[in-house]
Design a protein around this ligand. Structure first.
Ligand SMILES: *[C@@H]1O[C@H](CO)[C@@H](O)[C@H](O)[C@H]1NC(C)=O
Ligand SMILES: *[C@@H]1O[C@H](CO)[C@@H](O)[C@H](O)[C@H]1NC(C)=O
Length: 321
């Protein structure tokens, strides 16, 4: 008899579960933290909640996932296979840095000829290293060796991570997202030399959804609400006072297990959304896609395909409300 009483409850539970906005992203990096912050502090659509799962753009294939956060590189690589994916907002633009060891004779990017450069294949980090060394050092991929490794977000860094490998001479330089580069700089001390050029490469960590999710009125309404919550978050992140009076560094540091002084020293290289989704973004994606297409020996995406990929309508709708 008791069991029979429970049966009517089951459909209600399903409905409640279906309500929750599900966001896939890697929860280890600084870039994702506005998603957590917005979900924890600002998102509240008809008492709906947003939850994060580990992953990224590829998870959009799972129709229970509504949104994803990832660099533009993963966005492009996945869009090639899934033309229903949409880039609907910029969460943060990050000027990546490359740290090299002066003791290995490196004072300019051209000095990286014949050297070992740490980076992570098929990610924004590799795109950054290739573009920076080509543009700033006149080097093509055959001119240096790339070495794969692991990032470190907090000291002590394990022996197989880039900062430790740079310090022990296994590699001569590395380029990847923060806070690994900052920890590499600290590990080398006076021997560190740093290169960056945001006009050559910046990571455009973005928010993605699918054409189908955006066409569904109920889901779209929640996504628009979430984009508004993100907009509030950017304001908080941008205005973070140096003394951490509002606790943003502490909160973000706890989310990703990073020490506050290290986080503060890389904060300025992070430009918190919403950026521009206009022609300049499509131009930027086009250049990157040409590089990716060459690596993968495929046709580059057409201008029309790239223009469809970037959907400005959600952000516009969010800002009207
Ligand atoms: C950054 O790259 C651009 C384009 O290649 C170049 O014009 C500019 O001089 C570079 N800036 C620095 C500081 O090297
Ligand atoms: C978005 O954020 C800006 C501040 O950065 C604020 O002026 C604006 O009102 C916000 N828009 C919405 C719709 O919340």
């Amino acid at each position: 008899m008791r069991i029979l009483h429970l049966i009517p409850l089951i459909p209600t539970l399903f409905r409640l579960q279906a309500h929750c906005l599900k966001i896939a992203c890697s929860q280890m990096w600084i870039e994702h933290t506005p998603l957590s912050y917005a979900a924890n502090n600002f998102y509240n659509s008809d008492s709906d909640t947003a939850s994060l799962i580990s992953g990224g753009v590829p998870n959009l294939q799972d129709t229970t996932v509504d949104l994803a956060g990832n660099a533009e590189t993963q966005g492009l690589l996945n869009y090639v296979q899934n033309k229903n994916y949409r880039l609907i907002g910029i969460i943060v633009e990050v000027t990546y840095r490359l740290v090299a060891n002066k003791a290995a004779g490196i004072t300019s990017l051209a000095d990286l000829r014949g050297k070992r450069v740490g980076t992570i294949p098929r990610t924004s980090a590799e795109v950054f290293v290739r573009q920076l060394l080509a543009n700033g050092g006149g080097l093509s991929p055959e001119d240096y060796t790339t070495v794969s490794g692991w990032v470190c977000m907090r000291e002590p860094c394990g022996a197989d991570t880039f900062p430790a490998q740079l310090a022990d001479g296994t590699i001569d330089a590395f380029g990847v997202w923060e806070t690994a580069v900052e920890l590499g700089i600290r590990a080398l001390g006076d021997d560190a030399v740093v290169f960056k050029n945001s006009s050559v490469y910046r990571e455009v960590y973005s928010l993605y959804s699918t054409e189908e999710k955006l066409a569904d009125a109920g889901t779209r309404k929640k996504i628009v609400e979430f984009v508004r919550a993100l907009n509030q978050t950017y304001d908080v992140f941008r205005g973070a006072p140096d003394d951490d009076a509002d606790g943003v560094y502490t909160t973000v540091g706890e989310l990703i297990r990073v020490d506050v002084p290290v986080l503060k020293s890389v904060w300025a290289d992070h430009v918190w959304g919403p950026g521009s989704l206009e022609k300049d973004l499509v131009d930027y994606l086009e250049v990157e896609d040409q590089y990716l297409a060459e690596v993968d020996r495929r046709e580059p995406l057409s201008r029309a395909e790239l223009e469809r990929f970037v959907d400005t309508s959600v952000y516009e709708e969010a800002m009207q409300g």
